[in-house]
Write a protein that binds this ligand. Structure first.
Ligand code: FMN
Length: 331
C-alpha cells in the first residue's frame, strides 16, 4: 500500500520541516521556537544527562506545546554503547513523548514502548538493509540520511536513497536528511518522494542554539570543502569543520584503534571509550571562551550566510519554497 497520508497531520505540525536533533546544540529555546514556527523540533535526550533534568525538560515542553502550531520529539541513540538509552526511554514513555527518532542501532524497544500508547517512531537509515530491519520492526517511517549530512552522514546520495526507500517501502513516509538548508532544497527532496526535510546544520547558526558564537560564525564562514569526515570522535564517520584542531586530531583511527574496535573481546568497551572521549572533546568546544575548535557540521554550511532566529529560518525557507515552486511552474 502506498503512503498517501499527510505528514503534517501525522506529526501534528503546519509545515514539513524537522529541526534535527543535535548533540550539545539542541536546547529548550530551539524546541519552543520550532513549535511556535509550526515545525517538528527534536533534540537528543543525551543533551540532558543529569538526574531528573530530562524529566523536567519534557514537562516544560509538554505544557509549552499547548495551542502551538508545531510539535516536538526526541532522539534516542539506541546503540548498546549508550549507557543512558534504557533510562531515557523509560522517562520519555512516562512523559508520553509523541514522536521518536532512533539512530545507530536496533530500535525494537523504542518502537514497542512508543506504540503501546500511540506515539510514532521514525528510524535513521542510510541504506536499504537497515531500513528493512526497521520496517520489519514496524517503524512508522524513515529518516533517510544521505551524503553531506551533519553528524553521522550516510554514504549514499539522497537522489538515490529517497526513491529507493519509496520503491521498496511505499507505505512508509520518508524524511530527507543531508545538505538541506533552503526552500529549494526542501522542494528538491519532495520531488524525489520525501515527505519532509530534516535539517540540522542550518539551525546551528540560529540565535537560540546552545553553542558559542565562534561555532555559529564558523558555520557561516565555512564552505563545502571545509567539511571533512573523521572516525576519531565516535568510531563512526562523523562530519566536522576542518579546523586546525581537527587536523591535529586526524581523520582516521590508527591500526591499533581499528584493531580494538573490531576485536570481539574489546569492541564494546573500546567503542564506549572512544565515544566518551569524543563527547568530552566536543563538549569543551561548544562552551564560551573555548580554545578547542572541534565542531560538527554538514556540507550545507556552504549555503548558510547569517545567524538569525529559528523562526526567521523557517519563514525564509517557506518563502524560498514558494518561490522555487512558482519558478518551476514557469519552466
Ligand atoms: C552538531 C550536530 C550534532 C548532531 N547530533 C546528533 C545526535 O545527537 N543524534 C542524531 O541522531 N543525529 C545527530 N546529528 C545529525 C542530525 O540529526 C541530522 O541528521 C543532520 O544534521 C542532517 O544533515 P544537515 O546537517 O546537512 O542538515 C547531528 C548533527 C549535527 C550537525
Amino acid at each position: 500500500m502506498k503512503y498517501e497520508g499527510d505528514i503534517n497531520q501525522l506529526l501534528k505540525i503546519d509545515f514539513p520541516i524537522v529541526m534535527a536533533p543535535m548533540f550539545l546544540v539542541s536546547n529548550v529555546e530551539m524546541m519552543k521556537a520550532g513549535m511556535r514556527a509550526g515545525i517538528m523540533a527534536t533534540f537528543p535526550t543525551l543533551n540532558y544527562r543529569k538526574d531528573l533534568e530530562l524529566e523536567s525538560v519534557l514537562e516544560e515542553l509538554n505544557s509549552y506545546r499547548e495551542g502551538k502550531p508545531g510539535n516536538y520529539g526526541v532522539n534516542l541513540i539506541v546503540q548498546k554503547t549508550n549507557p543512558y538509552y534504557v533510562r531515557h526511554l523509560e522517562i520519555c514513555v512516562k512523559k508520553k513523548v509523541l514522536f521518536y527518532i532512533t539512530s545507530l542501532g536496533n530500535p525494537k524497544k523504542v518502537i514497542e514502548a512508543a506504540h503501546a500508547y500511540g506515539a510514532k517512531v521514525f528510524c535513521d537509515v542510510t541504506n536499504l538493509e537497515h531500513a528493512q530491519k526497521c520496517y520489519d520492526l514496524n517503524c512508522d517511517g524513515f529518516v533517510a540520511v544521505g551524503q553531506g549530512a551533519g553528524g553521522h552522514a550516510g554514504p549514499n546520495p539522497l537522489q538515490v536513497l529517497i526513491p529507493a526507500l519509496k520503491e521498496h517501502f511505499p507505505d512508509k513516509p520518508v524524511m530527507a536528511a543531508g545538505g538541506i538548508a533552503t526552500g529549494a532544497g526542501l522542494l528538491s527532496v519532495r520531488v524525489l518522494g520525501a515527505d519532509a526535510a530534516y535539517m540540522g546544520t542550518r539551525f546551528i547558526a540560529s540565535k537560540e542554539a546552545g553553542v558559542n558564537k565562534e561555532y555559529k560564525d564558523a558555520i557561516v564562514s565555512s564552505g563545502m570543502d571545509d567539511i571533512v569526515m573523521t572516525t576519531k570522535l565516535s568510531g563512526t564517520p562523523c562530519s566536522i569543520i576542518n579546523t586546525p584542531e581537527a587536523k591535529d586530531m586526524g581523520l582516521k583511527q590508527n591500526w591499533f584503534e581499528r584493531f580494538l574496535s573490531n576485536n570481539p573481546q574489546t569492541k564494546k568497551w573500546f567503542k564506549m571509550l572512544v565515544q566518551v572521549r569524543g563527547m568530552k572533546k566536543l563538549e569543551e568546544s561548544v562552551l564560551p571562551n573555548n580554545y578547542k575548535r572541534l565542531w560538527t557540521a554538514g556540507k550545507s554550511a556552504e549555503l548558510i550566510h547569517e545567524i538569525v532566529s529559528c523562526e526567521e529560518i523557517v519563514q525564509r525557507i517557506k518563502e524560498e519554497y514558494r518561490v522555487s515552486l512558482e519558478s518551476l511552474k514557469n519552466a
